[in-house]
Each structure stands twice: as structure tokens, then as C-alpha cells.
Design a protein around this ligand. Structure first.
Ligand SMILES: Nc1ncnc2c1ncn2[C@@H]1O[C@H](COP(=O)(O)OP(=O)(O)O)[C@@H](O)[C@H]1O
Ligand SMILES: [Mg+2]
Length: 348
């Protein structure tokens, strides 16, 4: 539930930051006078610099998200999958030195699962006690002063959302047979949702929106995505990285695809293609500015085709009114990329 993902490592100084951006948790506003002292501004700027080192781009998003949480606010991140949401939160909480408690919003996320339950075997022996209470992610985040990150927030049942709203507003909750759980000052709720996702989701009420700051996040540009694929895969061929990114981005631009693939697809495509090339004994071209198809051998483009079918076919969602399959659409994208639009394949 907690812990680093994406190869993220906090720097050793992070724990010293813990108390500098906190506020009176019971209050809606920061007490006058402590809001923007020189120390606070300096510290949050310093913190920002260290967080940024973990990210490719995202300067504006980082500034805004950090400003919101440093101001004691809870936040809704609205963007499709694979747009740096978890990466930003891992980097912020890691450098801040506080836990990131992750929970997925779905129909099974009842208020009990969110808050916690009493261990039934121990209850039979000992009756209900505070000691045999097994904290759920909300209580864990409140007690440890962590961020509770609720992914796909709009898939959670309404009573679960209401429990969260209470915890956000009061910064404390009452748990039957346990007592009052007070949130430590750095506790925040960060919710995320995919704006293109409308199956099985709850339409959030205006009273929910009224309690959250909202940051919309979209895909990054192709240079940033190449940089991400470079960093995450270590694939040496710049040509392959550029092709993987261009092909993945093309899945987001077609009318027959309802939702295309994120940079995660490009990462997998590059990794799979590199292995497949090794298995088949195919050399990966390194020159990124070669104009396809002239400079690109057929065995290389065939590797990319097989790898992209594997990496992307489960990640694209077609317009259901059409008869196309993910495979036929992906083959067209591959043809466009390597045979018909050489300029589009040129990363330079
Ligand atoms: N700005 C970025 N800098 C570095 N890596 C990134 C960035 N954005 C995304 N990634 C990488 O892309 C993948 C998906 O990003 P992630 O933050 O998990 O997306 P989300 O949480 O929005 O679905 C991860 O492997 C992550 O390391
Ligand atoms: Mg995520």
C-alpha cells in the first residue's frame, strides 16, 4: 500500500522538512502570521528543487500541486492514466518524508475497508478493543500524517466518498469501539480520476468538487516522453525510443480510438522490441534522424510491429460503433509511421 514505485528514492534530508509547511489541522485557514514567512517560502522552494530532480518536465504541475498541499489543501488530480500523477506524489511525499498511502477507488471500497475493521478472531477471544482494530488506509494515513491517494476516486461508492469528505473537513474521525482518530498535520487527501472514464463511475456532486482544489493533467510533449522512455528503459537505440514514442502518441490522435495509450505503452514497446531484436539477432539502428523507410531495415520495422501489437493492443480502446480491431488499427499506425509519413517518424 505504501512504498516506492518507479525507481524513486527520497533524498536523506527529506525528514527535516516535515513540520515546515504544516498548519493547524482543525482549522480551515492557516493562522495569520505563519502563512508566508521567509523560512517557509525558502523551505518549500528548496523542497521543490529536490522533487523536480525525480521528474521529467512537469514544472508547472509540480509548482501547483506542491503549492496546494503546502497550503494544507486536499486535491483532485484529473487526467488520463500514465500522466505522472503517481510519480509526482511519490516524489513529493518521498522528499517531504511522509508516507504515501495508496487505495484504489472501486465498488468494493466500502467505508469499512477505507477506515478499518476489528480482527474477527481476536474479537471472539478478547471482545472489541482498540488493539484488535486493523486500520484501513484512511486511518493509516491520518495517524502517520501521510497522503491518502485515492485513485479512480469517482468509482468509489457514495458513502465512502462521504466518509472521506468528513475526514477532510474535520481532520479527525470517530471509529466505533476505537475512539477519535486525529489526523497529523501533514495528512492530505489526493484523489484522482480519468476524465475520459464514464463506465461504472459516480458523477461527483458539486458538494464534492466544492471541497477540493483541482489540477488537470494531460500528456507531455514528445521530447519529454522520449526522455521518460530513455530514463525508464535504458534502451540504447535512440531510433527505437523515438519510434516507440511516435507510434504510441499516434494512438491518441485517431478518431477511431476512444482512448489511446499513455507513455507506459511506449516504455513497454521499447523494452519488448529491444528483447525481441536480441532474440531474433536483429541490430537496432541508433541514428535517430535517419529518414524512414530508407535507412531502416525491414527486419527492424518487423520487430517494432510485433512488439507494438504486444505492447499496445490491450491498451487502446476503440470506438465501439466501428468494426475495426485493435490489431488492424495498430497495423495502420505502423504503416503510416514507417511507410507513409517519414517526416512524422523523425524525432529531430
Ligand atoms: N514526468 C515524468 N517523469 C518521469 N517519469 C514519468 C513521468 N511521467 C510518467 N513517468 C513514468 O511513466 C509511467 C507512468 O507514470 P505514472 O506517474 O505512474 O502515471 P499515473 O499515475 O498518472 O497513471 C511510470 O513508469 C513513470 O515512471
Ligand atoms: Mg498512478
Amino acid at each position: 500500500m505504501t512504498g516506492p514505485e518507479d525507481g524513486y528514492r527520497p533524498s536523506p534530508r527529506s525528514r527535516t522538512i516535515g513540520t515546515t509547511v504544516e498548519q493547524d489541522p482543525a482549522r480551515d485557514t492557516v493562522p495569520a502570521g505563519s502563512r508566508v514567512t521567509g523560512v517557509h517560502v525558502h523551505t518549500v522552494r528548496d523542497l521543490r528543487g529536490r522533487i523536480a530532480a525525480h521528474l521529467v518536465g512537469r514544472d508547472r504541475e509540480l509548482d501547483l500541486l506542491l503549492a496546494a498541499v503546502a497550503a494544507g489543501r486536499d486535491v483532485l488530480l484529473e487526467g488520463p492514466p500514465g500522466t505522472s500523477k503517481s510519480t509526482l506524489l511519490h516524489a513529493i511525499t518521498g522528499e517531504w518524508g511522509i508516507p504515501l498511502v495508496f487505495v484504489e477507488g472501486n465498488a468494493d471500497l466500502t467505508p469499512t475497508r477505507l477506515v478499518g475493521h476489528h480482527n474477527p478472531a481476536r474479537v471472539l477471544r478478547e471482545d472489541y478493543t482498540a488493539e484488535n482494530f486493523v486500520p484501513g488506509p484512511l486511518v493509516e494515513a491520518m495517524r502517520t500524517g501521510g497522503f491518502l491517494y485515492v485513485e479512480e476516486f469517482n468509482r468509489a461508492p457514495e458513502d465512502t466518498i462521504n466518509t472521506l469528505l468528513t475526514a477532510m473537513a474535520e481532520r479527525r474521525i470517530t471509529v466505533p469501539r476505537v475512539g477519535v482518530v486525529e489526523a497529523r498535520p501533514t495528512f492530505r487527501v489526493v484523489a484522482s480520476m480519468n476524465p475520459y472514464d464514464n463506465i461504472g463511475t459516480t458523477r461527483l456532486s458539486t458538494s464534492v468538487y466544492d471541497r477540493l482544489c483541482r489540477l488537470a493533467i494531460d500528456y507531455q510533449d514528445d521530447a519529454a516522453e522520449r526522455d521518460i522512455v530513455d530514463r525508464r528503459t535504458g534502451v540504447a537505440s535512440h531510433r527505437l525510443v523515438a519510434d516507440a514514442v511516435a507510434i504510441t502518441r499516434a494512438t491518441r490522435e485517431r478518431d477511431d480510438i476512444r482512448q489511446g495509450s499513455s507513455v507506459r505503452g511506449a516504455i513497454d514497446l521499447a523494452l519488448v522490441a529491444a528483447q525481441l531484436a536480441a532474440i531474433r539477432g536483429v541490430a537496432l539502428p541508433d541514428e535517430p534522424s535517419v529518414e524512414p523507410p530508407r535507412g531502416l531495415p525491414e527486419d527492424y520495422t518487423a520487430v517494432v510491429l510485433d512488439a507494438l501489437l504486444l505492447a499496445l493492443s490491450g491498451r487502446i480502446f476503440l470506438d465501439e460503433t466501428l468494426e475495426a480491431t485493435p490489431e488492424t488499427v495498430l497495423e495502420q499506425i505502423w504503416e503510416d509511421h514507417f511507410l507513409l509519413r517519414p517526416a512524422a517518424a523523425d524525432p529531430g
